[in-house]
Design a protein around this ligand. Structure first.
Ligand code: PMP
Length: 319
């Protein structure tokens, strides 16, 4: 992976290679962590974190759902994110905040373990490749079902839950595909291993409903807004696997992947990215770059000149 210089760890900036945990960290054993995937873009207004507030709110919600109290306010985490971007002098980056049950307790009752918070940033290009963004990717419906709502909380972005996504992702990669599409426990279309899915048929856009075991994606929310602004109707309803094969257009959305057309699914050809996917994709790219007035409120601009109270880069970290 691409490295940066510093990581924000429990209130301090430490050197990238020193951001370590004990092997008996609770989250390492039981997946007891919640996290976010966020991006900052090089925009017309400077480096800006895309929909920062929404990501922090979801982090807070994920933590609450697993009875975890974040030891910092969301405003403090927002400032810390700005701080670590500044310290690393990055104009654009991927941002990974994670809150995890730390060292001090073993066993499944986690509430006695301390909660540690880390924010890492690093340069990370298109998750499913630039070629994929331009010409579409090949997907496979996974044999693994997306976690059921009576076993887990799909709307929480919790680390342990991602073992489910990893099974699907590995299966699709080993079979030679770019990404996995998962069905929910009832066999309805749910989402990609790390992206939401949209289907276009007869000029209308469809997306699986919130109760199809999906994560409420922030990119998907942005796409729904953009679709609305472009005059398209987005209908949330159950989608069957067979419908996907007959789609005029399919695309995936996610912070890491951004907006990615699907050109083939289970060896059914969908073809080059369609008109609606293209229109949404290009408006989305304009929005993240700060090129459209109406979406500027989605950008949290990072002040690159450090304010007075900034960056306690520890003495050890400097040396
Ligand atoms: N579903 C899953 C399972 C994900 O991991 C992600 C990435 N966070 C998404 C959907 C897309 O969410 P977002 O657009 O907020 O990144």
């Amino acid at each position: 992976m691409n490295q940066a210089d510093y990581i924000w760890m429990n209130g301090e900036l430490v050197r990238w290679e020193d951001a370590k945990v004990h092997v008996l960290t609770h989250a390492l054993h039981y997946g007891s962590a919640v996290f976010e995937g966020v991006r900052a873009y090089d925009t017309k207004r400077g480096t800006a974190v895309f929909r920062h507030r929404e990501h922090l709110d979801r982090l807070h919600r994920s933590a609450e759902l697993y009875y975890m109290e974040l030891p910092y306010t969301l405003e403090k985490l927002r400032e810390a994110t700005h701080e670590v971007i500044r310290a690393n002098k990055l104009r654009s980056c991927y941002i990974r905040p994670i809150a995890f049950r730390g060292y001090g307790e073993m066993g499944l009752f986690p509430l006695g373990a301390p909660v540690d918070v880390v924010i890492a940033v690093w340069p990370w290009g298109a998750y499913l490749g630039e070629e994929g963004q331009r010409h579409g990717i090949r997907c496979k419906v996974a044999s693994w079902r997306r976690m059921s709502t009576d076993s887990f909380i799909p709307e929480a972005k919790a680390s342990g839950q991602y073992l489910n996504s990893i099974l699907a992702k590995v299966e699709s990669a080993k079979a030679g595909y770019d990404e996995a599409i998962m069905l929910d426990q009832h066999g309805n279309v749910s989402e990609g291993s790390g992206e939401n899915i949209f289907m276009v048929r007869d000029g209308r856009i469809y997306a699986p409903p919130a109760h199809a075991s999906i994560l409420d994606g922030i990119t998907a929310r942005s796409i729904r807004q953009i679709a609305d602004d472009l005059g398209f109707q987005v209908t949330e309803r159950h989608i069957t696997r067979g419908e996907l094969y007959q789609a005029d257009e399919l695309f995936l959305t996610g912070t890491a992947a951004e907006v990615v057309p699907v050109r083939e699914l289970d060896d059914h050809k969908l073809g080059e990215p369609g008109e609606i996917t293209r229109a949404l994709q290009s408006r989305f790219f304009e929005a993240i770059k700060g090129e459209r007035e109406e979406y500027l409120e989605w950008l949290d601009v990072v002040e690159m000149d450090a304010p007075a109270g900034d960056a306690r880069i520890t003495q050890a970290a400097r040396s």
